[in-house]
Design a protein. Structure first.
Length: 136
């Protein structure tokens, strides 16, 4: 939904007006935008930054070296996104992997996740952790 920012020349407040379509914005422009705080139609349009979402990475097309560089990069959110995406692609239905991936995507500390899993009695395998024994 497009949002448009204005400064009210009467009450000096910054206001955002939302319109479902550009046609609705055009119609409101012809009638005159109204400040929701004071009711004044003396508004000045502000030009603000536009946020454009970057496309997500396709981890399934990465080589093993590229995947290792993601692990070595230390960005837990990126590691979580990779685990989540690869887990879906491989149809892995493992609740532990889903929990780990979700917590990593939220930025949780890998060592903390490992301790929590060990406290729950989860077998982390030979490497002593899901990170292969190395710190992320």
């Amino acid at each position: 939904m497009p949002a448009y920012d204005f400064r009210c020349n009467s009450c000096k407040r910054r206001v955002s007006l939302f319109y479902k379509t550009y046609k609705a914005y055009d119609a409101a422009s012809e009638a005159g935008h109204v400040c929701p705080n004071c009711g004044s139609s003396a508004l000045t349009r502000l030009i603000t930054r536009v946020a454009v979402q970057r496309p997500s990475r396709d981890f399934s097309k990465m080589s093993s070296d590229e995947m290792l560089s993601v692990l070595d990069g230390g960005d837990t959110r990126e590691v979580g996104r990779m685990m989540h995406q690869l887990g879906q692609d491989e149809a892995i239905d493992d609740p532990t992997m889903q929990e780990v991936a979700g917590r990593l995507m939220k930025g949780d500390d890998p060592d903390r996740i490992e301790r929590d899993l060990e406290a729950q009695g989860v077998d982390l395998g030979d490497g002593g952790g899901f990170s292969g024994g190395d710190d992320l």
